[in-house]
Design a protein around this ligand. Structure first.
Ligand SMILES: *Cc1c(COP(=O)(O)O)cnc(C)c1O
Length: 338
């Protein structure tokens, strides 16, 4: 048995999810006629207390559409230097939106309101105009760290006071909410747009949602079309999203408990010098004396998969297809690694 901890994207649809997919009523979504896509968009928007939603093929697309909405040529986005929108979206801020980016530092991938305020460009002929702040929750490269509402609200205040838009890359927002107990609607109230991934912890094969105002989502629909993201009978996929919102959000705390246990197991290895604080389903281990490549080779010999996450870092992610039996088996296999 292969234990695949590279990402929470590796999950396969459950029997219940597949059944929901096969029995979904569908239509042509580019004409706005897919009842299942419409139902998913309405359900998600309502959950977050936002006016509208747009179903897209990926979280990269929902993030990049949001950035396009909130920037113009020669503007600037403020985000943490670990942000997915900067590191892992192919330079899209530049190529899709012809805008610049200001990268901030901060503990575990998080920034503060004071940092954001200080990073806003002055109204000066030399400087690109700052128009957007983008946050990420949970913060992937921060080890799945969580922003709380109390941390976000002062950032929102700074944005409001300076006429900036606020976007949330919430690829794993449901992991944060499962852990903090905060309500989606309170999060919806803080942001102009939120991107959520259905294909990560929620276990869908495909799909992300962009949430926002009616006006923004109307514009987003046009951007999605021109970027080739308008899908036809997409209800077969959207049905998985509805099923996941109904069945897979509460269980995320199980993934978090297993991640904490996994982190403790890793700390017992002589060459693991540190494990980032495990807040959700991501475990990042820092290595000493052994390279990520060497550790991953040892893991591969035991049929365990993880990913390199920096010059001395390896990342493990727990998910729907990693249960208690696999956790136990992982522990056994780790013992044979020296
Ligand atoms: C996975 C992920 C995304 C979106 O990725 P896609 O593979 O394009 O769906 C965005 N932000 C974060 C933090 C992610 O982990």
């Amino acid at each position: 048995m292969i234990i695949d901890l590279r990402s929470d994207t590796v999950t396969k649809p459950t029997a219940g999810m597949k059944e929901a997919m096969f029995s979904a009523p569908v239509g042509d979504d580019v004409f706005g006629e897919d009842p299942t896509v419409n139902a998913l968009e309405e359900k998600a928007a309502k959950l977050f207390g936002m006016e509208a939603a747009l179903y897209c093929p990926s979280g990269t697309m929902t993030n990049q559409i949001a950035i396009r909405l909130h920037t113009r040529i020669q503007t600037e986005v403020i985000c943490h230097k670990y942000s997915h929108v900067y590191l892992y979206e192919g330079g899209g801020i530049m190529s899709n939106s012809l805008s610049s980016v200001k990268l901030l530092e901060g503990n575990l991938g998080k920034m503060t309101a004071d940092q954001v305020k200080a990073a806003i460009n002055p109204d000066d002929v030399h400087a690109p105009e700052t128009t957007l702040v983008s946050l990420e929750n949970t913060m992937n490269k921060g080890g799945g760290s969580i922003y709380t509402l109390d941390e976000v609200k002062p950032i929102k205040e700074v944005c409001k006071a300076n006429g900036l838009k606020l976007h949330l890359d919430g690829a794993r927002l449901f992991n944060a909410l499962a852990e903090s107990g905060e309500s989606p609607a309170n999060w919806g109230a803080q942001f102009d747009t939120i991107s959520i991934c259905l294909s990560k912890g929620l276990g869908c094969p495909v799909g992300s949602l962009l949430l926002g105002s009616k006006a923004d989502i109307k514009r987003a629909r046009k951007v999605r079309k021109v970027w080739g993201g308008g899908m036809r009978q997409a209800g077969f996929l959207a049905a998985a999203g509805i099923y996941a919102l109904d069945h897979h959000t509460q269980r995320l705390t199980e993934d978090h408990a297993r991640a904490r246990a996994l982190g403790e197991m890793l700390l017992k290895l002589s060459f693991v010098s540190e494990v980032f604080p495990v807040a959700t389903n991501i475990v990042i281990a820092r290595l000493d004396r052994v390279s990520p490549e060497d550790f991953m080779k040892k893991l591969a010999d035991q049929n365990v998969k993880a990913v390199k996450f920096g010059p001395d870092l390896v990342r493990f992610v727990t998910h729907l297809d990693f249960g208690d039996d696999q956790l136990e088996e992982f522990g056994k296999r780790l013992i044979s690694i020296k």
